[in-house]
Design a protein around this ligand. Structure first.
Ligand SMILES: Cc1nc(C(=O)O)sc1CCOP(=O)(O)O
Length: 217
């Protein structure tokens, strides 16, 4: 199956594709790109760490109003699920997770929760708390994590072999990495630069989805 920019955007794959917004400039840019690319994407995360949480909720609401279904939208670093407007989930960084006094069990009744982890131990702790998935990285050199040594495929494979929750790989990921990530046991991938640093985000996302579909089965 050949996925083009104009067609087959509803092709599904068992390997998740997460697109994470970070430093994308302003709400207008974010919404105009996201409403083009969402059909190929399982989850669009609003990370935008430089902004207060209320603003991330605001972006999520605007994204939804622009036509992106709520079940594709994840808001990062927030705890107030009540005002979540039925979005797909929340994602926590390690600091959000380790400092949280909120019961994940209660939150999960209403919303999907993911946590970023950087070691086998952090992945085990997140799983024990009952999260729905973890994001592990960074796997490859990434402009988004300058000067920090990547953790690589071997550590990814260790994390995947240790926990039962789905492990989503992140960090420096491009089309050429999909098969290796799958072989290591990842259940999906997450990207920032591949989409937001591209001059043609729609082409970047559709060809990434193509690589995922080709790697199925
Ligand atoms: C946001 C983020 N978290 C990471 C982690 O290791 O937890 S790596 C990362 C950056 C990923 O961006 P890119 O696709 O530009 O490499």
């Amino acid at each position: 199956m050949v996925i083009t920019e104009e067609h087959d955007s509803d092709v599904t794959a068992s390997f998740e594709l997460h697109v994470i917004s970070q430093g994308v400039g302003n709400l207008h840019n974010f919404v105009s790109v996201s409403k083009d690319i969402w059909p190929w994407v399982d989850y669009i995360h609003i990370r935008e760490k430089q902004q207060p949480p209320e603003q991330r909720w605001e972006w999520a609401n605007k994204l939804h109003e622009s036509g992106v279904p709520s079940d594709r939208i994840v808001v990062n670093g927030v705890h107030e699920v009540g005002q979540g407007g039925g979005f797909a989930g929340v994602h926590w960084g390690q600091a959000d997770f380790s400092q949280s006094t909120i019961s994940i069990g209660d939150m999960r009744k209403r919303i999907r929760i993911g946590v970023s982890v950087h070691s086998v131990d952090e992945a085990k702790a997140a799983e024990q708390q009952g999260v729905d998935y973890v994001i592990f990285g960074h796997i490859y050199n990434s402009n988004s994590k300058p000067g920090i040594k990547p953790r690589g495929l071997k550590q990814l494979a260790e994390v995947c072999a240790t926990v039962n929750v789905p492990v989503i790989a992140i960090g420096g990921i491009g089309i050429e990495h999909v098969r290796d990530l799958r072989s290591a046991g990842a259940r999906g991938l997450a990207v920032i630069s591949h989409i937001w640093a591209s001059e043609h985000p729609k082409q970047a996302v559709s060809s990434l989805k193509q690589a995922i579909v080709e790697s199925e089965g």
